[in-house]
Design a protein around this ligand. Structure first.
Ligand code: DQA
Length: 144
């Protein structure tokens, strides 16, 4: 199984960005934790970040037939991007939405996720552990 982790805008700043909301762990540290869990579960992981909406759209499109599952922290694009939503729907690779923070406990504009209806499920509010839990969810994505 191959899992593609995609991270949206400003997540490259984790560790220094609003630590009271997102903690002090960097994206590189998160990637290391994801890789450790993936190794245990014997799955392959690719981990990418972009600040550009179009690049994220391109990566979702290219995932077709190359990855079994996408795990997506779309960051701010979660709340704005019809393009990301359409890409997920078009490509048909099962996608899991994740967030570090509980978006429902924050500002009203974060309560709405445009991508949620085309994702298999959401994992949010567990900080770094949202990513680790997503490896587990990805491995079992086709179980009901
Ligand atoms: C986030 C939540 C989003 O609302 C925000 O724009 C982010 C990070 C999270 O992981 O908690 O950049 O996706």
């Amino acid at each position: 199984m191959k899992i593609l982790f995609l991270n949206g805008p400003n997540l490259n700043l984790l560790g220094q960005r609003e630590p009271e909301v997102y903690g002090r762990t960097t994206l590189a540290d998160i990637e290391a934790k994801v890789r450790a869990r993936a190794r245990k579960l014997k799955v392959t992981v690719e981990f990418r970040q972009s600040n550009l909406e179009g690049e994220l759209v391109a990566w979702i499109q290219q995932a077709r037939r190359k990855f079994d599952v996408i795990v997506l922290n779309a960051a701010a694009y979660t709340h704005t991007s019809v393009a990301l939503r359409d890409a997920i729907a078009a490509v048909g690779v099962p996608t899991i939405e994740i967030h570090l923070s509980n978006i429902h406990a924050r500002e009203k504009f974060r309560h709405k996720s445009l991508i949620a209806p085309v994702c298999r499920g959401q994992i949010l509010g567990f900080g770094v552990n949202s990513y680790v839990l997503a490896v587990e969810a990805a491995v079992n994505v086709n179980e009901r």
